[in-house]
Design a protein around this ligand. Structure first.
Ligand SMILES: NC(=O)c1ccc[n+]([C@@H]2O[C@H](COP(=O)([O-])OP(=O)(O)OC[C@H]3O[C@@H](n4cnc5c(N)ncnc54)[C@H](OP(=O)(O)O)[C@@H]3O)[C@@H](O)[C@H]2O)c1
Length: 235
């Protein structure tokens, strides 16, 4: 479905992002994998090569440093001239604690990674999306964006903001070939989920590999929804 599509995945070294990269590679995309850890990115590149016989473009980047996103936009424009697929997947959980107990530095970090970085991607990458014949943007949200769950205010606020950002952008782009959607993965067996729910048996949860085909579907040029929140439930 994604043959020769150019796809950037953020948080590519994590549970869900890595599985998305594997699935995109299986479906023939060229992957631009963005993550913080250079060695984990290198391992991912080897995995992608094993799957598709093609190497990925690796972008080691800390998404708390937003100016790097502008530089990346310029670099991709010069190298590829367009971007077909963007998956805003990188995220952090932050403190699970009462509002008043969240240290200001942690609050700022949550906003920087989960929300502001995605705004900066939209701002810097729009010229790249416009050069694609069918750009598909997926932003990974969470069920808590629409629920009021005690002690989850930091993370939930960023995901609610992310949905508002993405779905408003979808509205602005509705007369273009750019489709913008959100995804609520539900509980998935990853490091973040284990950190959030340490008492839970991970074996009871769906894996990132089960989720990844839905992201591939949302990223294909045939997917024509926009301004939509897709909810995953394991088959
Ligand atoms: N797992 C679930 O049950 C679940 C449910 C709902 C929503 N989600 C969402 O799904 C997305 C992926 O989560 P996951 O479960 O796969 O978590 P994960 O395994 O912890 O992966 C998170 C990814 O984000 C990256 N990241 C974090 N901070 C970063 C920074 N400052 N700069 C660049 N990259 C950074 C991580 O890189 P490092 O390894 O370098 O930190 C990692 O690649 C997140 O947006 C999360 O909120 C997950």
């Amino acid at each position: 479905m994604l043959k020769d599509r150019l796809a950037l995945v953020t948080g590519a070294t994590g549970g869900i992002g890595r599985a998305i990269c594997h699935e995109f590679a299986r479906q023939g995309a060229h992957i631009i994998a963005l993550g913080r850890q250079a060695t984990a990115l290198q391992t991912l590149d080897d995995e992608i090569m094993d799957i598709s016989g093609k190497s990925a473009t690796l972008v080691p980047m800390d998404l708390r440093k937003h100016d790097g996103i502008d530089v990346l936009g310029h670099t991709l424009y010069e190298r590829f001239g367009k971007l077909d697929i963007f998956v805003g997947n990188a995220g952090i959980l932050g403190p699970i604690s009462p509002v008043g107990h969240i240290p200001p530095k942690k609050w700022d970090e949550l906003l920087a990674v989960n929300l502001t970085a995605n705004y900066r991607f939209i701002r810097s990458f729009e010229p790249l999306f416009k050069k694609s014949d069918a750009a598909r943007l997926t932003f990974v949200s969470s069920g808590v964006a629409r629920r009021y769950k005690a002690f989850w205010s930091g993370y939930a606020t960023t995901k609610a903001g992310l949905e508002m950002l993405a779905l408003t952008y979808a509205e602005e782009m509705k007369n273009s070939s750019i489709k913008v959607n959100c995804l609520n993965p539900g509980p998935i067996r990853t490091k973040m989920r284990a950190e959030a729910m340490p008492g839970e048996d991970p074996e009871t949860l769906p894996t990132p590999d089960q989720l990844a085909p839905l992201v591939a579907k949302m990223s294909s040029s045939d997917y024509d929804k926009t301004g939509h929140l897709e909810e995953f439930s394991a088959p």
